[in-house]
Design a protein around this ligand. Structure first.
Ligand code: IPD
Length: 271
């Protein structure tokens, strides 16, 4: 067994338990919360509670590792491995009762960004969809469901045009720029989806369900596991320099498609 596979298997077990907890809290929240503001509080609590579970379980098994989580911040370790965790990616979907939310857990070595870390293992567990996406560096990527396990491959040809996904930041000042980006990319798209959970967008690219994905302003925990899934499924993930709001663009898919999308975004030139 390699370190990468050990980390993946641990992340898988923890992500499944964390996803169960999120799903349970969601069901309880619906029962007890009538108003939106109460719902928002419950979501915040669920985020924190799920991250606390993940953090405690990982610390129990691997006390020397570092941790970088959306809710509880950073702790450095001594092993060289850092866990990058989004307890509930797609929080707005989660709060709104839509099933596209996921627990995202990755183990990385090196820095705290896509450009500076080497991802070792990544798991995206979407409990309400019954899917667990798994990757270990050098060992490929797969999805597990109740009916079995399938290897993941990114889509490489697009006879009907490319099916893409994107996301928009929550800051209204950035919306015009994001809409302009969609306008530039649209000529090479068959259609564009907005799923609302970056970890699921990236998992779907790895699975070849989506051909490509682009979004500005992702955080390390949104993309750490999903980017490794895409790479281990034969695809590539590229980042473009920050815009005026300090948001890097992330583009994922088959490498030539990623470059076509990047060309479109950078200058809108035909490609
Ligand atoms: C968000 C989701 C969303 C994306 C945002 C992310 P969160 O993560 O992935 O799809 O558009 O950029 O921040 O806040 O739900 O964990």
């Amino acid at each position: 067994m390699s370190l990468e596979r050990d980390l993946r298997d641990l992340a898988r077990d923890v992500a499944i338990d964390a996803g169960d907890l999120a799903q349970r809290r969601r069901a309880e929240g619906v029962r007890v919360a009538a108003s939106k503001s109460t719902m928002a509080d419950i979501v915040t609590e669920a985020d924190r509670e799920v991250e606390a579970l993940i953090r405690a379980r990982l610390a129990e098994e691997r006390p020397d590792d570092g941790f970088l989580g959306e809710e509880s911040g950073t702790a450095s370790g001594t092993s060289g491995v850092t866990w990058v965790v989004d307890p509930i990616d797609g929080t707005v979907n989660y709060a709104s009762g839509m099933p596209s939310y996921a627990v995202s857990i990755a183990a990385v070595r090196g820095g705290e960004t896509l450009a500076t870390w080497e991802a070792l293992a990544g798991v995206v567990r979407a409990p309400a969809l019954g899917e667990t996406y798994l990757a270990a560096r050098g060992d490929g990527a797969r999805v597990e469901t109740e009916s079995g396990s399938d290897a993941l491959r990114v889509a490489t040809d697009f006879p009907a045009g490319t099916l893409l996904a994107t996301g928009f930041g929550y800051d209204p000042r950035t919306h015009q720029g994001d809409i302009d980006t969609v306008r530039r990319v649209m000529p090479i798209a068959r259609d564009v989806r907005r799923i609302g959970a970056a970890a699921i967008d990236l998992s779907y690219v790895a699975a070849g369900r989506l051909d490509g994905y682009f979004e500005r302003g992702l955080n390390p925990w949104d993309l750490a596991a999903g980017a490794l899934l895409v790479e281990e499924a034969g695809g590539s993930v590229r980042e473009l320099p920050e815009d005026g709001f300090g948001r890097r663009m992330t583009i994922a898919g088959h490498a030539p498609l990623v470059d076509r999308i990047a060309d479109r975004i950078l200058d809108g030139a035909a490609s």
